[in-house]
Design a protein around this ligand. Structure first.
Ligand SMILES: C[S@@+](CC[C@H](N)C(=O)[O-])C[C@H]1O[C@@H](n2cnc3c(N)ncnc32)[C@H](O)[C@@H]1O
Length: 279
């Protein structure tokens, strides 16, 4: 799938249009996430949220999203000095900036289909003094502007949902990764054993321009690419609590009405997949 493909253009248009949006409003620290959060103790979180000021409530949601990113980073392992990371579907650069801030030796390249996002992420990197090590481009992760074996680590947080052809994603990221590289994918995943899985996936697909895949597709899709699955981690419970909390926000985006029950009932699952490149 190359630039100009109508599906990619539709995804790009979605993110080009999201500017002063829900995710932007939640991020007073300039680290803009476009992914779910994790809430460990649902009852106590909802109690505290109900008592918080509007700004305080949004901060709690934002912090739960940062918690997801930090948990996911653990599965990348400790980067060796001088390591390089590809942020595949980088949004406005939230994960890239957090990772570069934590690991002074790490270089990061982020790609997004949205020209606006790439430029916003570049400004955020400049503002943090990170533009020497962290660069963002408008490019497709299915046709990457990088040579073979360029990366030690690949991070794909809530981006593969937008890729109709998962095997193409695995093949292309394997091409640019070095043997032994780690890939962490975090994804909304359709529960193929749930009778409402297809229904909720269709609602999300319509709202977010996605093609949500089943868990089996994340396993089979990597076959033959060189990526070998190391482990999976099911984060559905803590993310269902996050969606329930979002539904209580005055500034809720509207999709909570189906995303909260989808995760709460496990029709959609929130899964972290960790792979290693074996060639
Ligand atoms: C839900 S956002 C996630 C952003 C970021 N990973 C995060 O966790 O905040 C999805 C991102 O994937 C990107 N994306 C989707 N398909 C892509 C593709 N084929 N190539 C590059 N980026 C893609 C979108 O442009 C957007 O930045």
């Amino acid at each position: 799938m190359r630039a100009g493909d109508p599906w990619l253009a539709k995804v790009a248009a979605l993110y080009d249009s999201k500017r002063r949006d829900f995710n932007w409003r939640l991020a007073p620290d300039g680290i803009i996430h476009h992914h779910n959060g994790l809430v460990a103790d649902r009852a106590s979180f909802l109690r505290r949220l109900a008592k918080a000021s509007p700004g305080g409530a949004e901060r709690m949601i934002h912090d739960s999203e940062t918690a997801l990113a930090k948990l996911g980073f653990r599965y990348l392992g400790r980067p060796r000095p001088g390591a390089s990371l590809l942020d595949a579907g980088c949004g406005r650069g939230g994960s890239s900036l957090l990772l570069a801030g934590r690991h002074p030796g790490l270089t990061v390249r982020g790609v997004t289909l949205s020209g606006y996002q790439a430029s916003a992420a570049r400004s955020a990197a400049r503002a943090r003094g990170l533009s020497g090590r962290v660069r963002f481009s408008k490019a497709s992760m299915l046709d990457l502007p990088f040579g073979r074996g360029s990366f030690d680590l690949v991070w794909a947080c809530e981006s593969t949902e937008h890729v109709p052809d998962l095997p193409a994603f695995f093949l292309e990221t394997a091409r640019v990764a070095r043997p032994g590289a780690r890939l962490v994918v975090i994804a909304w995943t359709r529960n193929s054993a749930h009778r409402l899985g297809r229904r909720y996936a269709a609602l999300a697909d319509k709202a977010y321009v996605t093609r949500i895949h089943s868990g089996e597709e994340y396993l089979k899709g990597a076959a033959g690419s060189g990526w070998r699955l190391r482990l999976t981690r099911d984060l559905t419970g803590p993310t269902a609590a996050y969606w329930a909390a979002r539904a209580a926000l005055k500034s809720a985006s509207g999709t909570e009405s189906f995303m909260a029950p989808a995760f709460a009932g496990r029709a959609l699952l929130y899964i972290l997949y960790s792979y290693e490149l074996q060639r």
